[in-house]
Design a protein around this ligand. Structure first.
Ligand SMILES: [Zn+2]
Length: 193
């Protein structure tokens, strides 16, 4: 499929009506969409019925302040399915509702088709998919949880915070995050801001 480039026409006002994405403070106007190639990283949620992609990597973060946002936020409705973007292992489960992530996962992918190991992070889930625990092997497209507003998300501002951290596992800490937007196959039904 050929790449499609167009301008998203929805106004930011409609996104603001979501009830507030916690980290979208730097985002003010629709961005030019360049990614609808049908290739790239699997989009991490079911985009229906709502998909509002905030191109806010490096923007303001509640937890880290200006420039500290380490992923992107995808506005959705509560309960939309969240997917493993590749085959991997669920290595860390966040379960502390008072933490910034709330309910969340870290998914390690050791041998993706292109590139080396990558850690993916999913925050603010409403709940986890049944039967999954730390150490579970998951496959690309498998439901691992559901969109919510846990952690430091604005109550009612249901969204997925998604991070991509390519690099080898480290004894301490994690590889540095990169902007997920250029990597993702963003469905054309999503609005991109
Ligand atoms: Zn976020």
């Amino acid at each position: 499929m050929a790449a499609v480039t167009f301008l998203v026409t929805a106004s930011f006002g409609s996104a603001a009506a979501l009830g507030g994405i916690s980290d979208a403070g730097e985002v003010g106007s629709p961005a030019e969409r360049v990614i609808t190639t049908g290739e790239g990283l699997l989009f991490p949620i079911d985009p229906s019925p709502m998909c509002e992609v905030f191109d806010n990597f490096g923007g303001h973060s509640k937890a880290r302040g200006s420039g500290g946002h380490q992923g992107l936020d995808i506005g959705a409705t509560e309960g939309q399915e969240v997917y493993a973007v590749a085959d991997g292992v669920l290595e860390i489960q966040h379960t502390d509702l008072d933490s910034a992530p709330g309910l969340g996962w870290r998914l390690w992918v050791d041998d993706p088709v292109d590139g080396g190991p990558v850690q993916y992070r999913y925050y603010h889930l409403a709940s986890f998919a049944d039967g999954l625990e730390v150490g579970s092997l998951v496959t690309k497209g498998q439901v691992i949880g559901y969109v919510g507003d846990t952690g430091n998300a604005t109550p009612g501002g249901h969204h997925l915070h998604f991070e991509v951290r390519p690099g080898e596992k480290q004894r301490y800490g994690s590889p540095e995050p990169v902007d997920p937007v250029p990597l993702l196959d963003i469905p054309t039904t999503c609005n991109l801001y």
